[in-house]
Design a protein. Structure first.
Length: 364
């Protein structure tokens, strides 16, 4: 194999692909990036057996071929090369020479035959969505995925796609995040759960707000095509919780409040909380939200006005969970709905149903 290409473009592509390379494995090949020289381009592949990524960059290909190079070593070298172009040449013994300007490296690679095959994803009607919109939907749900290994299916985000609609759902047992949007889709109704690690890669690669992402879903795998990159991942299997049953159908107390002031009140009263089990309390009465916390350090109190319909309630929350939800709304005002101190609180938009966040209370 022998190629010459733009060093900056190759370096950037390798850095992106490296994120799906296994950092440490009993299979040395997947600790590397597979470099494949084709007729007029170079294909870069990273795959840790759960999620993989591929991209192509233009190159002058003097000799076709493939080789696996350690990802960290390759990225470190490309980041430091002095010239605008770099030459990569390998021989039958898998010795690879990397040359740029006066700098030359000779490193030992691995035969491309040892690299595992990335799953092919064949599906019917593709799902096409604006990159900025998909990134926004993921960011507003991924914080609620479970970090527990007890039920792996909840460590990902559930996608529900039907005629003209897309819904993303994440749940961790103490909170729920739902994000809805209209899209141009008229294919079959599908539902699947994508690992949070995979979606983290989708966020990082979705850097063109005007661009689109094409999603293909197979029985066990999914493929996101984002610009010049493909992200291929396994899907999570298992029974996702019936989250709709957890959402109260009616609420006795409804609140309309300024989101920024809500966030500030919760942040101020949570400053003295050092133990996650210590809640922020909220007393809802007479058109005022009164926040407080009591810890071994001392006490904190704050309050703000709000439009309140319904009875008085005092309720406690995990401050981080409540703040995560409030910050994800990215709206000037929100609706809060609840029934009692032992039932969840809903955080909703003033109008419409673009998002829904549910947070379970903490005993006070």
């Amino acid at each position: 194999m022998k190629i010459v290409c733009d060093s900056a473009k190759l370096s950037k592509a390798c850095m992106n692909v490296q994120r799906t390379v296994s950092a440490k494995s009993t299979i040395p090949a997947i600790e590397g990036i597979l470099i494949s020289a084709l007729s007029d381009s170079v294909k870069l592949t990273g795959y840790d057996l759960e999620v993989g990524s591929e991209t192509f960059i233009a190159a002058e290909v003097e000799e076709n071929g493939s080789i696996i190079l350690n990802a960290r070593n390759l990225c470190d070298i490309l980041r430091m090369v002095p010239d605008d172009t770099v030459s990569i040449e390998s021989d039958d013994r898998n010795i690879c020479r990397i040359t740029s300007g006066e700098v030359q490296y000779s490193i030992i690679g691995t035969s491309a035959e040892e690299y595992p095959d990335i799953p092919e994803v064949s599906a019917g009607f593709p799902i096409v969505i604006n990159q900025a919109l998909l990134k926004d939907m993921i960011r507003k749900t991924i914080f609620s995925v479970s970090t527990s290994e007890r039920n792996p299916v909840h460590s990902g985000v559930r996608f529900e796609i039907s005629d003209g609609k897309i819904v993303l759902v994440a749940v961790d047992g103490a909170r729920l995040a739902v994000r809805r949007e209209d899209i141009d889709y008229s294919g079959d109704e599908v539902a699947f759960v994508v690992p949070s690690k995979t979606l983290g890669e989708v966020i990082k690669l979705s850097d063109n707000d005007e661009g689109f992402c094409s999603i293909s879903v197979g029985k066990r795998h999914i493929c996101f095509e984002i610009g010049e990159y493909r992200v291929i991942s396994r899907l999570l299997e298992g029974n996702f919780i019936d989250y709709k049953a957890a959402i109260p159908v009616a609420s006795s107390t409804k609140i309309k409040a300024d989101t920024k002031r809500l966030i500030e009140c919760v942040e101020r009263t949570s400053l003295i909380i050092t133990d996650r089990s210590s809640p922020v309390r909220c007393l809802i009465e007479n058109g005022v939200l009164k926040f407080s916390s009591v810890t071994s350090i001392g006490t904190a109190n704050d309050k703000m006005p709000a439009e309140i319909e319904g009875g008085d309630i005092e309720i406690g929350f995990n401050s981080k969970f409540l703040l995560d939800a409030l910050k994800a709304t990215e709206s000037d005002e929100v609706r809060l709905e609840l029934n009692s101190s032992s039932q969840p609180i809903l955080i909703l938009p003033i109008e419409g149903d673009k998002f829904l966040f549910l947070v379970l209370p903490v005993r006070i």
